[in-house]
Design a protein around this ligand. Structure first.
Ligand code: MEV
Length: 385
């Protein structure tokens, strides 16, 4: 089995790094050349077909985090990020996590939620009409995606809720759609728009918004790991990390920074694999506030042996088919480097990367401080290291 614990990756030349990654993931010479060309991966014409008013492209550093073992499989993790020390910190955290077997991660469903807002309606009498027509609504929604229907996926459930607002009561109809390995925003929006007229007819109300919810609570991902107390720096450091976590858990000013550090890991992988990072961030921060107060996205405690245990859970919608991955050669190659075969597997990696990053940040903060790591690369650039 491929081993991601490559020693001193940072000391190797570009060619040596690329050869190691190619060996690990079976990249072809053509794929290596695309990375080596360092053009950012897309042509102007491609950019122009993706967005309006394009005038060029914009590239960011792509690096590799080593040492990751997740659910007993080794990964080299591509990360796209402009900030120094993030990749070194993730690799170091993953090295410590390996001592007790690496990360255990879970992501089981890929259900997206679509919302249809119905106004000017008698909500209480409308709800049974919508629920009674669930089969017709689902059939109509599913007629919009042959691909999902063929895979046995697609719209699975219709539900209704009432919200009370300053502008009166509203009915919110929700479609739960199994989008499989796609992020699924387009298909969700298409299905919502398709069924809205039927819901208007059933309820006598007027449909307004017909759109995916980015609060993807039916696509949860989680990761946990045991960090060996000696490798962490001793039981005192473990205790201090738990105190640092308690600070974030109980103070939103600290929690935002703490969660930003978590996202340094998760979003760097999202960027490398062409995910919608805004959607991921929005969902993660909403989830951090689910108790009514904004808290830490991660939880930290000590086990009976004094080792540090970390848990991270978040709503995470990602795709490995469709979207930018079809168009961006580097996103495609990064997905190949990861060797993932499902969107759920990618979610597991992104959750593990977030947990690793958070551990590394807290360990640095409770010991030498964050600046030493940050300044290392600056010093190297200036020839002082
Ligand atoms: C910097 O990008 C991230 C940190 O501020 C996270 C944290 O404070 O936990 C170091």
């Amino acid at each position: 089995m491929a081993d991601s614990s490559i020693s001193k990756f940072f000391e190797k030349s570009l060619k040596e790094r690329l050869d190691l990654v190619a060996d690990f993931s079976g990249l072809s010479q053509d794929e290596l050349k695309i990375i080596e060309d360092a053009t950012g991966g897309i042509s102007y014409d491609k950019a122009d077909s993706m967005i309006e008013n394009a005038i060029g492209t914009f590239s960011l550093p792509l690096g590799i985090a080593t040492n990751f073992r997740i659910n007993d499989k080794d990964y080299l993790i591509p990360m796209v990020i402009e900030e120094s020390s993030v990749i070194a910190a993730a690799s170091k955290a993953a090295k410590i996590a390996r001592i007790h077997g690496g990360f255990k991660a879970k992501s089981e469903q890929s259900y997206s939620i679509g919302q249809i807002q119905i106004v000017n309606v008698d909500v209480q009498s409308a709800i049974p009409k919508v629920i009674g027509a669930s089969t017709e609504i689902l059939n109509l929604a599913n007629s919009k995606s042959n691909t999902l229907s063929k895979l046995g996926k697609g719209a699975k459930e219709v539900s209704c809720k009432e919200i009370q607002t300053d502008s009166g009561h509203m009915l919110i109809v929700e479609l739960v759609i199994d989008v499989g390995d796609a992020m699924g925003a387009n298909v969700t929006n298409t299905m919502c728009e398709a069924v809205a007229p039927m819901i208007e007819e059933l309820t006598g109300g007027k449909s307004l918004l017909r759109i995916l919810s980015n609060y993807s609570t039916k696509r949860m991902a989680s990761a946990s790991a045991v960090f060996d107390k000696d490798a962490v720096g001793g039981e005192n450091v473990v205790d201090d990390i738990i105190l640092a976590f308690q600070f974030a858990e109980n103070d939103p000013y600290r929690a935002v920074t703490h969660n930003k550090g978590v996202m340094n890991g998760t979003i760097a992988v999202a960027n490398a694999t062409g995910q919608d990072s805004r959607a991921i961030e929005a969902a993660a921060h909403a989830y951090a506030a689910k108790s009514g107060a904004y808290r830490s996205l991660t939880k930290w405690a000590k086990d009976a042996n004094g080792n540090l245990i970390g848990d991270f859970e978040l709503p995470l919608s990602v795709g490995i088919v469709g979207g930018i991955i079809q168009h961006h050669p580097i996103a495609k190659i990064c997905t190949k480097i990861l060797g993932v075969s499902t969107a759920n597997e990618l979610s597991c990696i992104m959750a593990a990367a977030g947990l690793a990053q958070n551990f590394a940040a807290m360990r640095a903060l409770v010991t030498e401080g964050i600046q030493k790591g940050h300044m290392k690369l600056h010093a190297r650039k200036e020839g002082k290291n």
